[in-house]
Structures are given as C-alpha cells and as structure tokens.
Design a protein around this ligand. Sequence first.
Ligand SMILES: [Zn+2]
Length: 270
Amino acid sequence: MPELPEVETVRRGLRAAIVGRRVAAVTVRERRLRRPLARSFAPTLVGRRIDDVRRRAKYLLLDLDDGRVWLVHLGMSGTLAVVAAGAPIRPHTHVIVTLDDGRTLRFHDPRRFGLMRVGSLAALDELGRLGVEPLERAFTAAFLHGVARRQRRSVKSLLMDQRIVAGLGNIYVNEILFAAGVRPGRRTSRLSRPEAARIVAATAEVLGEAIAARGSSIADYRDERGEPGAFQDRFRVYEREGRACGRCGAVIRRRVIVGRSSFYCPRCQR
Ligand SMILES: [Zn+2]
C-alpha cells in the first residue's frame, strides 16, 4: 500500500513531467473505484492546464488553471504513470488522461481502492479530516507528547491515526519506532518527552531515507515512470520476524496491534 514516501516520489516525478501541460482528452474505462468516478470527471478535466502537483498526507493534489483541484488517492494498489501514447493498455487501467503533447497519464489499480475527484479545495471533504503532516514543522515533540498524554492507546495506533498524523502507515510506523527505540505496543500515557522527541526525529530520518530510495515496492507500487522503489531492501524490522536485529543481534518479534502486524526488536525497543 503506498504510504507517504511512495506518494511523495510520485508527486515529484509528476511535477517534473506534467506541470504546464493541458488535458486534451480523458477516457474512463472503469468508474467503480473506492467511490464511483463522477460523470462530470472527464468533462471537468478536459481543456484544463495542470499548474502544480502537491501532496497532502497520501493524497496527490493536481492544481488546475480554473482554481479547482484534481484529487488522487492511490488506495491499496494504484499507480499514476506517464506513458507514451501508443503503449499497449494493461488490464486494470481505469482512466487514461491524454496530455496536449500526446503523452498519457494512466491510472492503473487492480484492487480499485483508489479515488479520483475534481473539485474546489474546500469541497474535497477527504482533506478536512487530516492531522499534521509528519514532515512539516507542526509535528514536534511537544505536539506528539501533548497528544499522547491525552490518549489511552498504543503509540503505534496513535501514529497510524490519520486524524492526528497524516500519511504514515504500517510499514513506516514499524521502521520509525525501531529507529526511535520505542515498542509499538507502548501505552501513549507512558511516552516520555525525550521519547516523543526521538520519534519525531526518527520520522524525518526514516521518511527522508525512503523518499531518497524512491519508496518501497511491496506488491503493486510503482512510481510515475512505472519503476519500483528500493527502500524495501533497507527495512530493519518490517517483515523481518525471526531474523536477527542488525543493530544488536536479538531476534525480531511480531505482534498484532490494532489488527496490523507490528515488528520490533525486544532489546533495542523499550
Ligand atoms: Zn536490536
């Protein structure tokens, strides 16, 4: 499932590749995504120029020249890639947007949990419920420690709560908590201020490394050129149950927390 580093990788690639281009045509091959694609989607997009590509949490925001936003969520298995016009159409390609230079933007999503909408920023209700961006200045030790003290849950479930911190998912929260030396099942009420500071620093470090490696490719994720990322080779705990911790040699453990696999080193994480 694409998380923040994968979406950020796609954003950077798309920004370099398509800003300034106009939409010449839109072909919808399948409307049944997470929400059915609106009938107005194609007519609203045709003729518009793409002025910028931004990101909020795991959403891509393509700014259009009429002030509206083309919102894209990649869901579980979605990719949005720039493809030459004559390239064969793969199965599960649901939307093809032809640009004025002949290239196409193709939305491919076998599991169809992805989402696309066009609207004014204020009307896109998906964005209204999101918490702080983990790579922005508002995500501080004071913020995290303050929120944690008011909650009764595990640190991992707090970090995965999109209403509090937006864009983190299971893979990166596992890696961040390893880098910070905090166990995923730790109660938020017992998180110290220095530990909150370590989590904030580890978040910037892990997400930064993952973006530099162009994300992690597990199953379907591909970047805007259709290429996989490389961060999956650098996981230190995720999917490493039973293997030795690279830092101390102890055996990595797995535990299910709020329905998701959590991996940790019993010696490095307290
Ligand atoms: Zn260890």
